[in-house]
Design a protein around this ligand. Structure first.
Ligand code: UP5
Ligand code: MG
Length: 195
């Protein structure tokens, strides 16, 4: 995309921080297009004829980051489809969660305006994910995968948040509160940035 064609907000935070939940609310009120990298990967995993299905499944169960080529291609494709339909404002949820992805995406696809970062203690995340696991059917909502997801988040994804933070491009929201209270904080930090 050319400079100024699209406006991108990254949405990061630990597993179960409420990225998807808050993005859904922002879509209703701001008209953003919500693209969850995890959802796109899960859809690709299920797509008949995909050569990446088995690989994606394995990475997700192990809480590891799928090679950037796959994820960035899926995101770029989804952005292009929306752009062709006149959509220009994107919430990119759960991405970038590794430094290489952050750099490649910003160089080759689009630069982000800001990153919304949902901060939450692990104990709260664990409780939410185990509860959701009772009904979600997600292959990674089990104690063993959750532990691996936490490890990857701390070791691999937090450096991305810190990198954007050093550039003054992170809006931090504490998400250990009821959904509506978290959302009020989101609205207020976006407003401060003129969004
Ligand atoms: N909930 C939400 N907000 C709440 C609140 N304020 N109070 C109480 N409960 C709240 O919410 C999680 C649960 O908590 C829900 O039950 C919700 O009702 C409740 P949700 O909004 O789904 O949180 P979210 O942060 O979106 O959690 P998710 O599980 O989707 O986060 P992950 O980051 O783990 O999952 P994602 O789908 O992004 O990625 C999955 C895997 O895909 C990764 O582990 C990785 O293997 C792979 N991946 C890549 O390889 N590359 C990528 O770029 C992206 C993903
Ligand atoms: Mg999610």
């Amino acid at each position: 995309f050319k400079d100024g064609d699209v406006s991108v907000i990254f949405v990061l935070g630990g597993p179960g921080a409420g990225k998807g939940t808050q993005c859904a609310k922002l879509v209703n009120n701001y008209g953003f297009v919500h693209l969850s990298a995890g959802d796109l990967l899960r859809a690709e995993q299920k797509r008949e004829g995909s050569k990446y299905g088995e690989m994606i499944s394995q990475y997700i169960r192990d809480g590891l980051i799928v090679p950037q080529e796959v994820t960035i291609a899926l995101l770029e494709q989804a952005m292009k489809e929306n752009f062709e339909n006149g959509k220009t404002r994107f919430l990119i949820d759960g991405f970038p969660r590794k430094m290489d992805q952050a750099k490649t995406f910003e160089e080759k696809v689009a630069k982000s305006k800001v990153t919304l970062f949902f901060d939450c203690p692990e104990s709260v995340l664990l409780e939410r994910l185990l509860k959701r696991g009772q009904t979600s059917g997600r292959e990674d909502d089990n104690a063993e995968s959750i532990k691996k997801r936490f490890k990857t988040f701390v070791e691999t994804s937090m450096p991305v948040v810190e990198y954007f933070g050093e550039q003054g491009r992170v809006l931090k929201v504490s998400c250990d509160h009821p959904v509506d209270q978290v959302y009020s904080q989101v609205v207020s930090v976006l407003k401060e940035k003129g969004i």
